[in-house]
Design a protein around this ligand. Structure first.
Ligand code: CUA
Length: 299
């Protein structure tokens, strides 16, 4: 197996996939083999006159019935798998997933938020998906589940993780400049380890770093100096920078006022060399204070 079958859905998807792949491969071999054989067997030879055939009811029935049966087998296997994958068990843990340009935020029933999706093994989970801006698509290859995230609408996924470990989450619908950075992890813990984490972690940690994650800032801004869709936040505070204000270049100091303005009105001063694509971010005064305090010490 190239990708682990780490959820209950994976078995259903793979069974349908390999069945259809097998039928297709068999047909490819049979059709190509027969074609090559006939090309050789009935090649043009001196003096041979081909016999003309005018219809054959038996042949017509055979080449209608066999494909119909094959297609029906594929349909039934696919449809039954689909129904099983979409079914939500009576008892489940619900996690809200919000997609935005360009990060994922996972919110749990007790209000905690995380940029990693942590789930227990062998317990059903239901994800409620939505988007804050454009269309995204939530995809966990190891779980074989994928669903669109649509602004103003809730979609869902349901799964039971079957292997503990860490697996990739991708956005699989092109959603703008940072699409390829829209990567997260699902962390599957053993049930007791998960319960421990869920019981112990504080209901809400509102530090500046945590807020940057929750608000999706880190999708575009790194804290280690790497340029992403937006400038890095490392060594930002107190430094001179060249920005475009109303089409004119000017030099500013990234002080507290500048940082607040850049968050509340991102289009006002755009750092030179970066596109003016940052959305307005909703924040309370306390949240702004926490982020400014964090950036002040981010060296
Ligand atoms: Cu979000 Cu691609």
């Amino acid at each position: 197996m190239l990708i682990p079958e780490a959820s209950s859905s994976a078995l259903h998807v793979d069974r349908a996939f390999y069945l259809i792949l097998g039928i297709s491969a068999a047909l490819l071999l049979i059709v190509t083999g027969a074609m090559l054989y006939f090309v050789f067997r009935y090649r043009r030879r001196n003096g041979a006159t081909p016999e003309q055939l005018e219809g054959s009811t038996a042949l017509e029935i055979i080449w209608t019935v066999i494909p119909v049966v094959l297609v029906l087998v594929m349909f039934v296997v696919g449809e039954r798998s689909f129904v099983l994958i979409r079914a939500v068990p009576h008892e489940f843990m619900q996690v809200k997933v919000e997609a935005r340009q360009w990060s994922w935020v996972f919110s749990y029933e007790d209000g905690r938020k995380s940029d990693t999706l942590r789930v227990p093994r062998d317990r059903p989970v239901k994800l409620l998906l939505t988007s804050a801006d454009v269309l995204h698509s939530f995809y966990i290859p190891a779980f074989r589940i994928k669903e669109d995230c649509v602004p103003g609408m809730d979609t869902y996924l349901s799964f039971t993780a079957k292997q503990s470990g860490s697996f990739d989450i991708f956005c699989t619908e092109y959603c703008g400049l940072g699409h390829s950075d829209m990567i997260a992890k699902v962390q599957v813990d053993e049930a007791d380890a998960f319960d421990k984490w869920y019981a112990a972690a504080p209901a809400r940690a509102a530090g500046g770093e945590q807020l940057l994650k929750e608000k999706g800032c880190l999708g575009c801004h790194s804290t280690d100096g790497t340029p992403k869709a937006g400038p890095t936040l490392k060594d930002l505070y107190g430094h001179r920078m060249v920005v475009i204000t109303g089409g004119r270049e000017r030099s500013v100091t990234a002080d507290e006022d500048y940082i607040r303005r850049s968050i509340l009105d991102p289009g006002a001063d755009v750092v030179k060399g970066f596109p003016a694509i940052m959305p307005k971010i909703q924040m309370t005064k306390e949240e702004l204070d926490a982020i400014v305090a964090y950036l002040e010490h981010l060296k």
